[in-house]
Design a protein around this ligand. Structure first.
Ligand code: DGY
Length: 418
């Protein structure tokens, strides 16, 4: 155990490039949005000041409209594609033009509550609050311009669950980019564990599309060929806004939260419409076809984490999770092992991810399902004992996949498992 703790701390230190942490060296050489949030949580157990710096560095990339990009390119690297020359976002530091599941406010809340240096925590919270509020207001203003109660996403990378089978049909409608480019991810990871070329061609088309549409949110909302309402992202946003409203009561200067409170209430009203009574989980939506996407993914359980399920739905989800764990005992599969598209080692098409397990366990506990929560925690712990700190894990064998020495896996272990 001591060894695992020491190893996890070492990974954070090794991946620290001076105030920000890369997810892993080589494969991901910059600062990613949701990785930064989870990784900050790990720093809490190493160096509290450093935990706060992780957020500050990420917010250096915040746009004027409030958006916090999915990657902040603090320094150049030839290891990654597509880099800043592809996204073509003006700014210093350069960034991408999409965001990622907004779990920052929730992580700030946990760190604020658990930190020992309360004076430091108060000063950092006070400085971060206006930025967090602008970020959340951006989601509702620009990503739900018609106030439907759910925000839109325009890229599989925005979901963080890049090659999830949930996106297959929507992505298939996106043209394949018509210019040569060179992937770099396959220099670092076995191609069987990464998205296909056919998917990358469409990912890159979208990068060009955003730029060609001047990053204009109205044009993109109207015309983007990839347009979803991502259940997991919406749940992370809902939970984040709830935590942000709470943080506002702890800040030295309270802001007006009326509009964010209204957004939480509106989302609460619409979440039930995404419930699938046969699959016993929530579904993503395809906004071009205006219908639910009939694919069972771990994201469909995330409304547990945002308190958006009824007690009955929560009980059905807990039972469903138990069944998934019979088929894939090494953490919660990202795609149901019963889906024909399930692929145990291919990124988001099957592998289990520790930060997702942790969020779902948090939700299970909220609804009183301690037994399933504990089963999933033990399963998560067994994986790192067996395989160490990989990016993701084969849910059937527990084998580590993707990048090695991964920051958020180490961070979640420090916070939750060790
Ligand atoms: C990648 O490059 O695989 C990342 O997931 C994009 O954010």
């Amino acid at each position: 155990l001591d060894n695992l703790v020491a190893q996890a701390k070492d990974i954070l230190r090794t991946n620290d490039l001076g105030g920000y942490t890369v997810p892993t060296k080589g494969l991901y050489p910059f600062q990613w949005n949701w990785d930064a949030g989870v990784t900050a949580l790990g720093w809490l157990y190493v160096d509290e000041l450093r935990a706060w710096t992780e957020f500050e560095k990420l917010f250096e990339g915040q746009w004027e409209n409030g958006m916090v990009p999915h990657i902040v390119f603090h320094q150049e690297s030839d290891d990654y594609f597509p880099g800043p020359d592809q996204w073509k976002v003006e700014g210093n530091p350069p960034t991408t033009s999409i965001s990622q599941p907004p779990l920052l406010a929730t992580m700030v809340r946990i760190i604020y509550e658990q930190s020992k240096d309360k004076e430091l925590a108060q000063a950092k919270l006070d400085a971060l609050m206006p930025k967090l509020i602008r970020y959340h207001e951006w989601w509702y203003r620009e990503r739900d311009p018609e106030t439907t109660g759910l925000v839109s996403s325009y890229h599989p990378w925005e979901s963080g669950m890049d090659n999830s089978p949930a996106w297959d049909d929507v992505l298939h409608r996106v043209p394949q980019v018509n210019r040569p480019y060179q992937r770099r991810d396959l220099n670092h990871v076995d191609s069987k564990q990464r998205p296909l070329k056919e998917q990358y061609d469409r990912y890159i088309y979208l990068v060009d599309f955003f730029r060609e549409n001047d990053f204009d949110y109205q044009k993109i909302y109207q015309n983007c060929p990839f347009h979803t309402q991502d259940i997991s992202l919406n749940a992370v946003l809902q939970r984040g806004t709830i935590d942000l409203i709470h943080l506002n009561t702890l800040a030295s200067v309270a802001a007006d939260m009326t509009s964010l409170e209204a957004s939480v209430a509106k989302a609460e009203e619409v979440f039930p419409s995404l419930w699938d009574a046969e699959r016993h989980l929530f579904l993503n939506r395809d906004q071009a076809l205006e219908k639910a996407i009939p694919v069972s993914t771990s994201g469909g359980f995330m409304p547990l984490y945002s308190y958006s399920a009824t007690p009955e739905q929560a009980a059905l989800m807990a039972a469903e999770i138990k069944e998934w764990l019979v088929l894939g005992p090494s953490g919660l599969a990202s795609t149901s092992p019963l889906e024909s598209t399930f692929d145990a080692k291919r990124y988001w098409r099957g592998p289990s991810w520790l930060h997702i397990n942790w969020m779902i366990v948090d939700g299970l506990k909220h609804y009183g399902h301690e037994d399933v929560a504990e089963q999933l925690r033990q399963a998560s712990r067994a994986i790192i004992e067996q395989s160490g700190y990989f990016e993701y894990f084969d849910p059937i064998t527990g084998e580590g996949c993707g990048g090695k020495d991964f920051s958020w896996t180490a961070a979640i272990a420090l916070h939750w498992l060790l």
